[in-house]
Ligand binder design. Structure first.
Ligand code: BMP
Length: 212
């Protein structure tokens, strides 16, 4: 079954929890990023994890011992998964993986950003990054809904790994990404909508339709 992941990129803890509770029956996981963690504190991960599994999108990109410590903090606060940048290389990815194992957690690796800037540098290496993440035993990849052909190529490399796909809606990517992705990550199109439940419900229906 494919999944709908809500990117909870608000800054207020109470608002984040309210949105999470309102949409809990329609989304499969929450993804938290710096805007929320830096404003509300890392404990917000544990609070949200009581509602649904949380992916800590700290896009870890540092030397191994610091990457490991960042991952440790995320997992210790009940994150189910951590996201690490792929361009950092094997040693830092491995360091995060080692921490994840102690918590039975998952590690997702960013291949190339869905934004325009993702083409400038990351695009040249994203297929290699996908291969490396696969060979290191990572659980999944983050790949762009905004570049379907690249997503298709990453799918071929990913084999059994999960692909989580951001960029739908506000960034111009389409739901066609669901042909290759295991999950879509959607933020603004839901939490800024006049009727977030209505949008989430429609997206969930698409996700389910692509799952059969
Ligand atoms: P939105 O649907 O509002 O554009 O949000 C997308 C979310 O996915 C943000 O949290 C962003 O950090 C994340 N993301 C992305 O947009 N592109 C990527 O390549 C990787 C991401 O993690």
């Amino acid at each position: 079954m494919k999944e709908l992941v809500l990117a909870l990129d608000v800054e207020d803890r109470r608002l984040a929890l309210k949105i999470a509770e309102d949409l809990a029956d329609l989304v499969d996981k929450f993804k938290v990023n710096y805007p929320l963690v830096l404003s509300a504190g890392v404990k917000v991960i544990s609070d949200l994890a009581e509602i649904k599994p949380v992916i800590a999108d700290l896009k870890i990109a540092d030397v191994p011992h610091i990457s490991a410590r960042i991952a440790e903090i995320a997992f210790r606060n009940d994150a189910k998964a951590a996201i690490v940048h792929g361009f950092v290389g094997s040693d830092s990815i491995r360091a995060v993986l080692n921490v994840s194992k102690r918590y039975n957690g998952e590690v997702y690796v960013v291949t190339e950003l869905s934004s325009e800037g993702g083409v400038e540098f990351m695009e040249k290496f994203s297929l290699e990054i996908a291969e490396r993440a696969r060979d290191l035993g990572c659980h999944g990849l983050i790949a762009p809904a905004t570049r379907i052909e690249k997503l298709r190529a990453i799918r071929e490399i990913a084999k059994g790994m999960k692909i989580l796909c951001p960029g739908i809606g506000a960034q111009g990517g389409s739901l066609e990404a669901l042909r290759f992705a295991d999950a879509i990550i959607v933020g603004r199109s839901i939490y800024l909508a006049e009727n977030p439940r209505g949008v989430a419900k429609k997206l969930k229906e698409y996700v389910q339709a692509y799952s059969v």
